[in-house]
Design a protein around this ligand. Structure first.
Ligand SMILES: [Zn+2]
Length: 278
């Protein structure tokens, strides 16, 4: 083993202050490395660890076992995975409420623009929601289960995938419901789906290099700029929502998913420091 977690990072880890993706690296490494575990034991302040457990207990025990969690367990999701999913911040009522409000407004505006040939505003906005949802699943600022990652190390990429799938199911479901509210556009109202998958996988695939804030911001910003440019070029259906554009979106999603798979270890063990986005 050539790399060890720096002592400062071990201290931050013990205090529960280490941010992803360094947290994920430290988690995975400490689980395998006796030397770093010994260091962790010497720097761990028992009071801080107790406080971490207490915060985690309070978070996880607050609703005994919520509707979502019971449902997940019933359909065969493992207990700890169900608990992790139920505690995913993006799946909480406030965030879902914001997404629903945004979708309702967009659908109302899109329906009021009767003169336009395609639901451009809706299909342009909808792909940004899963991207934002997945991005918001990172990091301690948004994340009560962050404490769980501190006290019970979990494989970083596995955690990321569980989160991503959960957020995608929730947000794509909401987008789908919103599409039903635009019946006069038919299948054109589903034009957001492939771009949504393309944006989300690209944002994730760029995360090991650009970090959990810059990667989704650049991808989301790039999408908006691209739509504005496409809007200047042709007046009818925007390029991404033509059959050719949909094909490109599917290809981008597949490429980014492949890249993400190739880079999966980077979510677990990246032997550099991440001070710039801690
Ligand atoms: Zn080590």
């Amino acid at each position: 083993m050539t790399w060890h977690v720096a002592e400062d990072d071990v201290r931050a880890y013990a205090r529960g202050e280490l941010a992803p993706p360094m947290l994920w690296s430290a988690d995975t490494h400490i689980a395998r490395c006796a030397e770093c575990r010994a260091l962790l034991a010497t720097v761990t302040d028992p009071v801080a660890l107790d406080a971490g457990w207490e915060r985690l207990d309070a978070e996880l025990d607050a609703p005994k076992r919520g509707l979502l969690e019971s449902l997940l367990v019933r359909i065969g999701v493992a207990d700890h995975t169900a608990r992790l999913l139920a505690a995913t911040p993006v799946l909480r009522r406030s965030w879902i409420g914001a997404v629903v409000a945004l979708l309702v407004m967009t659908v109302l505006v899109t329906n009021s623009l009767k003169h336009s040939a395609s639901p451009s505003l809706f299909v342009g906005l909808a792909p940004l929601l899963p991207l934002a949802g997945v991005a918001l699943s990172y990091g301690p600022r948004f994340d009560p289960t962050y404490e769980m990652a501190v006290v019970a190390p979990l494989h970083g990429f596995r955690l990321l995938m569980i989160r991503t799938v959960a957020v995608l199911v929730a947000v794509l479901g909401l987008n789908g419901l919103a599409s039903l509210a635009l019946p006069e556009y038919g299948l054109a109202a589903l034009g957001w789906l492939l771009p949504a998958l393309a944006l989300t996988t690209t944002g994730l695939a760029l995360t090991p290099r650009l970090g959990p804030v810059l990667a989704p911001s650049l991808v989301g910003g790039g999408w908006v700029v691209f739509l504005l440019v496409a809007n200047q070029i042709d007046g009818g259906t925007l390029a991404p929502f033509t059959p050719a554009g949909q094909g490109v979106a599917a290809a981008v999603a597949a490429l980014a998913a492949g890249l993400l798979y190739v880079l999966r270890d980077r979510f677990d063990t990246r032997p550099t420091t991440f001070g710039d986005f801690a």
